[in-house]
Design a protein around this ligand. Structure first.
Ligand code: AMP
Ligand code: TRP
Length: 340
């Protein structure tokens, strides 16, 4: 680890390899921040495959999607020389600290996690696994292992970061200062990107219809069409107003972020122009942005040797940090050290 690393605050985040393609919400809400933060922070980013198995999975698909997730992260701009990029299951300490955190969490406390309630309702409560129930607790372990100061995520993850803070404080209070208390790093403007067909629901891979979901790896033409048919409102004025005009506001947010233009500037530019012009232009902006992204993803995917070597180095760096935290945790709790 470079000397610099000690001077910099640390960030950690993860993304699931469940869907194959990342969607625009993942990119704007989270991954974009990951790329920016590697410049100023000691950054740890991982593909959370152990979280992906909390719902039924096909082994070959999981393997492919894990590599695909790594390729997309690299294509988005993560630089393995400037951040630590790894796969969660390559670092066994995640499952180990996960167990410790399970033993610290109240059943009622875990039952209050809204994402579990949503996901289990979707699957039918009888089919939801205990793993899905303890999913947030594994996430707590992910974060605490690295003594992260901040966790860049979208708004839907706020409750899990709160749980992380609670458990870290509980452990520290009971067993002595062990864990850094992490803060959520949620960029207000892009914290929640909405479904293009239902601009009151977040864009999600599990949306009831794919029409409002923009997948980064889909044919750009398909996404352009979705953008052009985004639901707006019966008015024609292009103005950012999340309450009255959620559809238009969502499009303005996406446009502003992809181009680095301020929203008021866009409002000004499209004064009197109508929604059609805004949508057509945004479709073009998106296609221009996503085309090289898709190409880079394919390139990384085609070079499996490089990909595997990046992940091997990442896991080694991650393990060094994780093992130290786990050893300290075990020791503080009174687990007898093994003699070698
Ligand atoms: P997931 O696909 O659930 O692993 O999510 C990966 C990251 O994307 C997390 O930090 C989420 O908070 C973020 N995210 C997912 N959907 C959205 C969305 N619609 N808007 C903003 N961020 C999102
Ligand atoms: N639960 C997160 C999501 O669905 C993914 C995740 C797992 C994560 N471990 C993490 C995010 C640790 C941040 C930090 O998006």
């Amino acid at each position: 680890m470079s000397v610099m690393a000690f001077d910099r605050p640390r960030v950690l985040s993860g993304i699931q390899p469940t869907a194959g393609s990342f969607h625009l919400g993942n990119y704007l809400g989270a991954v974009r921040q990951w790329v920016a933060l590697q410049e100023s922070h000691d950054a740890f980013y991982m593909v959370v495959d152990l979280h992906a198995i909390t719902v039924p999975q096909d082994p070959a698909e999981l393997r492919d999607n894990t590599r695909l997730a790594v390729a997309q992260l690299l294509a988005a701009g993560l630089d393995p020389d400037r951040c630590t990029l790894f796969v969660q299951s390559h670092v066994p300490e995640h499952a180990q600290l996960g167990w410790v955190m399970n033993c610290l969490t109240g059943f009622g406390e875990a039952s209050r996690m809204t994402q579990f309630k949503d996901k289990s309702a979707k699957q039918g409560a009888d089919r939801a696994t205990v793993g899905l129930f303890t999913y947030p607790i594994l996430q707590v372990a992910d974060i605490l292992l690295y003594q992260a100061n901040a966790v860049p995520v979208g708004e839907d993850q706020r409750q899990h970061i709160e749980l992380t803070r609670d458990l870290a404080e509980r452990f520290n209070g009971r067993f002595g200062e062990t864990f850094t208390i992490p803060a959520p790093y949620i960029v207000k403007e892009t914290a929640k990107i909405y479904d293009l067909q239902d601009p009151t629901a977040k864009m999600s891979k599990s949306a009831p219809s794919p029409k409002g979901l923009v997948n980064l790896l889909d044919e750009p033409k398909v996404s352009a069409k979705k953008i052009k048919s985004a639901v707006t409102d019966t008015d024609t004025v292009i103005r950012f107003d999340e309450k009255e005009k959620p559809g238009v506001s969502n499009l303005l947010t996406i446009y502003a972020t992809l181009t680095g233009t301020a929203v008021p500037e866009l409002e000004h530019r499209y004064e009197g122009k109508g929604y059609g012009a805004l949508k057509t232009d945004l479709a073009e902006v998106f296609v221009e942005w996503v085309t090289p992204f898709r190409e880079r993803t394919q390139e990384y995917l085609g070079d499996q040797e490089t990909l595997d070597s990046i992940l091997a180095k990442g896991a080694e760096k991650a393990r060094a940090v994780a093992a130290e935290t786990l050893a300290k945790t075990y020791e503080r709790m009174g687990l007898l050290p093994a003699k070698h």
